[in-house]
Ligand binder design. Structure first.
Ligand code: GLN
Length: 566
């Protein structure tokens, strides 16, 4: 063999091995990020967030790296300044962004943290365009919605793909097609679809109502909604139809025909008892399959979703019930304490129980009626919050839990209430309070944090995001977390006033978790009590379907052990 032939042989062997290695390394990695857009029509609250999270879950289970982004068409910079009655819970990310509650679903489904980039509002888009205009970046040009606002929307969408190298970015467009507010977003989707072709897919979620009087399922609203989307220049690739009843194939064919989509791209999303069933339903309907096909990505075998299904199995088969009273001032609105409710469901399920949540309006809670209102509660959770409304009732709930040795979990303001109740009734500090509620109090056991004192702007200025906490060995918290160092997310301006710590500890309420850098008290406990824990942070944001939160697990376990005579 000539030298050259040997060389060629080696090279070809080498390149074969190299190409094989490359293939292994690039299995399911995507050279260019793909973009899936989820729009909604006919009605609001159809569950775009759950559909997006379910699709993301299914793609993730197939080995793709996926993230979800929510675009909210309102003018607030973020929902941090919104009353929960307006928009439900404000969800806080690790990096301290105050975001839409849908990001909570994304994290609970995907078990992967989100960030500021995952939630963009119209306010934020306009703010950056106007800042650029003031800096003179537009060089004398007229600044317009198209192309300047739409360019900024497109930049924010693409940012997640390019910065973090996700294989698939799912962007959920808030609002309903046809709204004035969502026009620039739909226009941005139109442009991206035009630019990126088969790297994009548009999923449109609509409703097929059932008319009981005539016994019929109606497709006309869907047809009109797709027409509205077409008027804005976007042809959906996949339709997901919310329905109370199974959609027969003739209905799907009819929708496909009128809306220019493949009939197998007409997917039903039937009402289910738990949102956690939706990924399984979507897999049965082939949503992930059709998305991958349209994006021209390898499909492979359908994942088994073993752990997910094991959770669902526990959720459905649990027979015993644990009753928890959730005391707060927004209890009429189920979305206001979304993450807490979900964290309770996760923890109860893994403890083989169903959780019955008794929502208790703290505004109506008094010393006289507390025994009646909290009757039968095996655990009492006092919710976070701001301001006076319902504050006194929360103190009454803490007192009831403490005196009756009922497991008590106080979160953020709930923890502060526990501290105030203890000051007033055990330390005998009359009218002890938080400076938030009474800035003239003689005993400010909860005080404004030092670095908050000169802050005047309300938006995005609290102590936000993840902070370290060191836990004392031997405490309930240590037993639950099984580690001395944790990280939890915060959202507050007030804190435990450490000047009183020695007095508290002498009298039976101790600090079991502190910030290692500032010594801020983050956890208080009453060791003599059955289970009494107050946390300055929000553990509920960290509970996911596959990773229930250790403190919620421990709280539920303690609650289950409480038996009342029937
Ligand atoms: N209002 C309290 C504070 O600002 C508690 C906040 C909360 O419960 N998230 O410190």
């Amino acid at each position: 063999m000539s030298k050259q032939a040997v060389f060629q042989d080696v090279i070809s062997d080498y390149s074969f091995v190299l190409s094989f290695v490359c293939k292994i390394l690039t299995m399911n990695t995507v050279p260019d990020t793909r973009y899936v857009f989820v729009t909604g029509g006919v009605a609001s609250s159809l569950g775009k967030g759950i559909i997006s999270a379910s699709l993301a879950k299914l793609l993730q289970a197939r080995g793709y790296s996926v993230t979800i982004q929510k675009l909210d068409p309102y003018l607030n910079i973020d929902p941090g300044t919104l009353n929960p009655y307006e928009h439900g819970e404000c969800y806080v990310t690790e990096d301290g962004a105050e975001t839409d509650l849908d990001l909570g679903h994304y994290e609970r489904f995907l078990n992967v943290p989100t960030s500021q980039a995952n939630n963009v509002t119209t306010g934020r888009i306009y703010q950056s365009v106007i800042n650029k205009e003031r800096r003179g970046d537009y060089l004398g040009k007229t600044v317009q919605i198209v192309p300047h606002i739409t360019d900024e929307i497109k930049r924010r969408i693409k940012l997640l793909g390019s910065k973090n190298r996700f294989d698939v970015v799912i962007t959920e467009i808030g609002g309903t097609v046809g709204d004035i507010e969502s026009l620039p977003y739909i226009e941005a989707v139109r442009q991206l679809k035009w630019e990126m072709g088969s790297r994009t897919v548009v999923i449109h979620l609509t409703l097929v109502p059932y008319l009981a009087a005539s016994g019929e399922l109606k497709t006309k609203p869907t047809q009109h909604s797709v027409k509205a989307l077409l008027e804005e220049g976007v042809q959906p690739d996949i339709l997901v139809l919310r329905t109370e009843m199974d959609l027969a194939s003739d209905i799907r064919k009819k929708v496909a025909l009128f809306c220019n989509v493949d009939s197998k791209a007409v997917i039903q999303s039937i009402d289910v008892k738990s949102i956690y069933e939706v990924p399984v339903k979507m897999q049965e309907e082939g949503l992930d399959h059709i998305v991958l096909e349209k994006l021209k990505l390898p499909i492979g075998k359908a994942p088994e979703l073993k752990e997910w299904k094991a959770f669902l199995n526990k959720l459905h088969t649990a027979k015993k019930t644990v009753k928890i009273a959730l005391v707060g001032k927004y209890v009429e609105l189920p979305d206001a304490y979304k993450s807490i409710v979900e964290a309770l469901i996760h923890a109860a399920t893994y403890n083989d129980h169903k959780v019955e949540i008794e929502s208790v309006q703290s505004e109506h809670l008094t010393k006289e009626n507390v025994a009646e209102k909290l009757k039968g509660a095996q655990g009492i959770l006092v919710a976070p919050g701001f301001g006076h409304r319902g504050f006194d009732g929360k103190l009454v709930a803490v007192n009831f839990a403490r005196q009756n040795n009922i497991p008590f979990f106080g979160i953020c303001l709930g923890m502060q209430c526990a501290v105030i109740e203890f000051a007033r009734n055990v330390l005998n500090l009359e009218n002890a309070n938080s400076k938030e509620m009474d800035h003239t109090t003689l005993y400010p056991v909860i005080d404004l944090m030092e670095d908050q004192k000169n802050i005047t702007d309300k938006g995005g200025t609290m102590r936000l995001g993840s902070y370290d906490c060191s836990i004392k060995k031997g405490s309930i918290a240590y037993e639950a977390y099984n580690t001395e160092n944790i990280k939890e997310r915060h959202r507050h301006r007030y804190e435990f006033n450490s000047e009183y710590l020695a007095e508290y500890e002498k009298n039976g309420m101790i600090s079991t978790g502190t910030n290692p850098d500032t010594d801020l008290v983050e956890i208080v406990e009453i060791p003599k009590h059955k289970w009494f824990v107050g946390v300055q942070f929000h553990p509920e944001y960290n509970s996911t379907v596959l990773n229930p939160h250790p403190l919620f697990m421990s709280f539920i376990k303690a609650a289950i052990s409480i038996k009342f005579d029937k």
